[in-house]
Design a protein around this ligand. Structure first.
Ligand code: ADP
Length: 190
């Protein structure tokens, strides 16, 4: 069983590639952003409590996403593996994630980061905002804020996995299939 953290800034292509990895390897997949959006749409208590953060392009509180992941991991301890997309996004989340994994007899095998230059990210997100209905993609200032938040709080999570010898980077520029092949080459080494 492989547990893979798919990492990279907003717009790096994590969701697109995660779908292809699920189809090829039979992995399960969780996107914390997707879970949060569903909760907002369903107007649950959780959704209502985080709506304002998401719309400003800020992170949701650690405790909330950690609970989402704890629940997911508990229910996904078997099978081909798991793709974690959009989590962990802070060092605190990464530390708590390790504890959750250990408590469930699991471990993270690798963090694979998709690298993409800022200007390309902004272009992709604005394009996605035109038809995805995602409010956080429609406004360039919110997009820039998400990229800033990524640099200030999230990029450092790479160091956490680097220190464990589990960090690898993949060039996230190119065609979807080219990037997918690069990812598969790394996954096949695990
Ligand atoms: P993207 O990476 O393209 O910005 P996501 O769908 O991964 O989009 O996440 C959307 C939003 O959900 C983020 O901007 C953030 O506010 C919130 N979010 C998702 N995952 C986390 C997390 N692990 N910690 C805190 N907030 C999160």
């Amino acid at each position: 069983m492989k547990n893979i953290v798919l990492f990279g800034p907003p717009g790096a292509g994590k969701g697109t590639q995660a779908d292809k990895l699920v189809a090829k390897y039979g992995f399960n997949h969780i996107s914390t952003g997707e879970v949060i959006r569903q909760q907002i749409k369903a107007e649950t208590e959780l959704g209502l409590s985080v709506k304002a953060y998401i719309e400003r392009g800020e992170l949701a509180p650690d405790s909330l996403v950690i609970n989402i992941i704890a629940d997911y991991v508990m229910n996904h301890t078997e099978g081909a593996g798991n793709i974690f997309d959009g989590f962990p996004r802070t060092t605190h989340q990464a530390e708590e994630f390790d504890k959750i994994m250990t408590a469930n007899g699991q471990k993270v095998d690798a963090m694979i980061a998709l690298t993409v230059p800022d200007e390309e990210l902004i272009k992709r997100l604005l394009l996605r905002g035109q038809d995805s209905g995602r409010k956080d993609d429609a406004d360039e200032s919110v997009i820039r804020n998400r990229i800033d938040v990524y640099k200030a709080q999230t990029a450092i999570v790479a160091d956490f996995y680097s220190a464990q010898g589990k960090y690898v980077e993949v060039d996230g520029v190119g065609s979807i299939d080219e990037i997918f092949d690069r990812l598969c080459a790394e996954i096949d080494k695990l």
